[in-house]
Design a protein around this ligand. Structure first.
Ligand code: CP
Length: 314
């Protein structure tokens, strides 16, 4: 069991997270879920958590809001839509500077990976939780995914040793895969990818990660199979394979998952495009934990926000 650490100040990514702190977040989330842990009343005045989303989101934004409110905190939301001054041409970084001047007590931010936004978030004295930054990181997604694997496989020691986790599809453009790889390896798992070479990550930090191109071999190897959304908005001009090719070879469906063990897990961070990323029939497969991932998202976000505000006591 992890020992207590000094209260964290922020969660910007898994890259800077220790194994002990990751396990504390997951353990706290399990304890909240089972009723073994409840948070203290928040201080007065009640802190305001600012949810600032420059990119679209359903589950991350809603679950952060649910989590903050379950902890008794206030939430204020900014979504960069047509009703805001972003639509008049105001930049993401100036928008963020403007919101910071209103002195929220925590920033939960999703952005496109804008370098100036990242710099502001790195330097502010307000606690920040990264809710997804372009192709960078999505740390709370990785934590909720790890929690779901541990829960569903009934692993009690917060270790993923002996697990073989495969990311399938658009790995290159996925912050979920990047944070997931870092956390799963930190917890002892072996990670691999299954994708066409054009969607394989090129950066140094993926060197040495096993690369399958055939689902039949990848699924025969894996204990956990994590699909990813085809992120066309990040493709630019350089992707030449056809959507039909992608569907035939990498969609989560009965054909492509035929070699996956009956004890394995089928996961997807969502959102998925039905028919392209997965066949919706997979949702009824007993190995599929996609909705459990969403449920655990609220618990993990309660654990992270509560830890940063010191709401669980010493
Ligand atoms: N998994 C995830 O980040 O989903 P949303 O984009 O709906 O928040």
């Amino acid at each position: 069991m992890p020992t207590a650490l000094a209260a964290p100040q922020a969660l910007l990514g898994i890259e800077k997270l220790s194994q002990a702190q990751a396990q504390i977040y997951i353990e706290k989330a399990f304890a909240i879920k089972s009723g073994r842990l409840s948070s203290k009343l928040p201080p007065h005045p009640v802190p305001n958590v600012a949810l600032i989303f420059f990119e679209a989101s359903t589950r991350t934004r809603f679950s952060f809001e649910m989590a903050a409110r379950k902890l008794g905190l206030n939430t204020v939301s900014f979504v960069a839509d047509a009703t805001t001054s972003v639509s008049k041409g105001e930049s993401q970084h100036e928008t963020l500077n403007t919101l910071i001047q209103m002195h929220p007590d925590m920033l939960v931010v999703r952005h496109s990976g804008d370098a100036q936004v990242a710099q502001i978030l790195k330097n502010t004295s307000i606690p920040v939780i990264n809710a997804g930054d372009g192709k960078g990181e999505h740390p709370t997604q990785a934590l909720l995914d790890a929690m779901t694997i541990l829960e569903r496989l009934e692993i009690k020691n917060l270790s993923l040793k002996d697990q073989k986790i495969i990311f399938v599809g658009d790995v290159e453009h996925s912050r979920v895969a990047r944070s997931g790889r870092l956390l799963f390896q930190l917890l002892g798992a072996e990670v691999a990818i299954c994708c066409p070479s054009e969607l394989a990550p090129q950066s140094q930090d993926w060197q040495g990660v096993k690369h399958f191109t055939e689902m039949a071999k990848a699924t025969a190897w894996a204990t956990v199979c994590m699909g990813l959304r085809l992120q066309k908005e990040r493709h630019g001009q350089h992707v030449s394979f056809s959507q039909e090719e992608y569907i035939a070879n990498y969609r989560l469906d009965d054909k492509n998952l035929k070699n996956l063990s009956k004890n394995a897990l089928i996961m997807h961070p969502g959102p998925f495009v039905p028919g392209i990323d997965l066949d919706e029939k997979i949702l009824a497969d007993s190995r599929c934990v996609i909705h459990q991932q969403v449920e655990n998202g609220v618990l993990i976000r309660m654990a992270v926000i509560g830890e940063i505000f010191g709401l669980f006591g010493a």
